[in-house]
Design a binder for this molecule. Structure first.
Ligand code: FAD
Ligand code: GLY
Length: 382
């Protein structure tokens, strides 16, 4: 199957990751992106690889997928850095989730109990122990969970590396060229349509993030149920006296926004993120920035004097059940790889390896079978 002509719609981490793996296997792969590839959610993200910190008891299969992808990261980083000949800023200092007040401690306890229930390797700390690990923390921090295996990668470097590696493997990348329509005949994909005309193909992979429903040709009842969820972010510059090494996340029971602080190797400190159901509105707001800065300042007071380098927003591709939509669809040769919501950077390796395997073998593995579109189609029938 590897000599097939494959088109991928969307050049975010998901499209590029799959494209790179398929092109390496010898397939003829073309990626179309309507803008600059990698400049949407993949660029906006914080790069946390955090299945343990973001565990939800109601999503056990998603947790397993996240843990599997986290375990693939060392191999992924090694392979990608070798192929692209550049670093992608993978850091393994772990994550601290911290609380300041007794309500926060209760919420943290609840999270810790869930983590214990799933047998995750996490440690309960008092405030002083947390400050020993990360001295920049406020003395007001009164409890914490240490997730030693929740790491981070520099997603913007990863995008650059994926573009390099994809093109070095003879993948073809068309930027600023939107796919308008997927052409389907007799229940099977035969081509895509762009402003430049019709491009025939054997397989289409839809990886257009939160815009995945906006492409003509797919019957309405077979569209992937994804929507945009806005996140506002900003970056500070760490200066003398503020040197943070671990990812820090807050639990603030009485506030609408919990924040995270992600230190990069180049000295940037990423602070995020709001989570807003605002459709395709991508505006930065004063309120959003206020929430982020207040939340970050409470746990790391030293940020008060740091310069602001940048602020931005991104649209997470959220599915109806927060899990990605992966694999075959009722339309022959149309594959979905979308809806990665808050975890697309974490889930890139497992998505890229598994979708590549699916295309090369025709078989859906146990790893991705719970995440097929059919879960939505079945529940609507019943
Ligand atoms: P995108 O990166 O959005 O890429 C989709 C691409 O499709 C875009 O480039 C777009 O231009 C293109 N496209 C759309 N329509 C068309 C068309 N018709 N034709 C051609 N191209 C088209 N995840 C984590 O794991 N860890 C984090 O710490 C994290 N933090 C986040 C923080 C924020 C603020 C946000 C917004 C997201 C965060 N995420 C995080 C989630 C993660 O960024 C996403 O899940 C992931 O980037 C999705 O990748 P994607 O390739 O599916 O989508
Ligand atoms: N996973 C972090 C975010 O989506 O903000």
């Amino acid at each position: 199957m590897s000599n097939e002509n494959i088109i991928i719609i969307g050049g975010g981490v998901i499209g590029l990751g799959i494209g790179w793996q398929l092109a390496k296997s010898g397939a003829a792969v073309t990626i179309f992106d309507r803008d600059e590839a990698g400049r949407a959610a993949s660029w906006a993200a914080a790069g946390m690889l955090a299945p343990y910190a973001e565990v939800h008891t109601e999503e056990p299969e998603l947790l397993q997928l996240g843990i599997e992808s986290l375990s693939l990261y060392p191999q992924w980083v090694d392979e990608l850095e070798t192929d692209a000949e550049m670093s992608i800023g993978y850091r393994v200092e772990g994550t601290l989730i911290v609380g300041l007040e007794s309500d926060d401690t209760h919420q943290l306890r609840h999270l810790y109990d869930a983590q214990q229930q799933f047998g995750l390797d996490v440690q309960w700390l008092n405030g002083r122990d947390a400050c020993d690990i990360e001295p920049a923390l406020s003395p007001r921090v009164n409890s914490a969970i240490h997730c030693k295996t929740d790491h981070q990668v520099d997603n913007r470097l990863m995008i650059r590396a994926l573009k390099n590696a994809f093109q070095k493997s003879d993948g073809v990348l068309h930027e600023n060229r939107a796919v308008k329509k997927i052409v389907i005949e007799n229940g099977s994909v035969i081509a895509v349509q762009t402003d430049e005309g019709i491009k025939p193909c054997d397989i289409v992979i839809l990886a257009a993030g939160c815009w995945s429903t906006q492409i003509d040709g797919i019957p309405d009842d077979m569209l992937p149920p994804v929507r945009p969820v806005k996140g506002q972010m900003l970056a500070l510059e760490m200066e003398d006296g503020i040197e943070i090494r671990t990812v820090i996340r807050t639990v603030r029971a009485r506030y609408p926004t919990s924040v995270y602080l992600v230190p990069r190797s180049d000295g940037r400190l990423i602070v995020g993120a709001t989570s807003e159901e605002m459709g395709f509105n991508e505006r930065l707001t004063a309120g959003g920035m206020l929430e982020l800065l207040r939340g970050a300042w409470e746990v790391v007071p030293g940020i008060y004097e740091l310069p602001i380098l940048e602020s931005w927003t991104g649209l997470r591709p959220g599915s109806r059940d927060n899990a990605p939509i992966l694999g075959k669809t009722p339309i022959d040769n149309l594959i979905y790889a979308t809806g990665h919501y808050r975890n697309g950077i974490l889930l890139t390796p497992v998505t890229a390896y598994e979708i590549t395997k699916l295309i090369l073998t025709g078989e859906t593995s146990h790893t991705i079978s719970p995440f097929q579109l059919s879960r939505f189609l079945l529940s609507e029938e019943s």
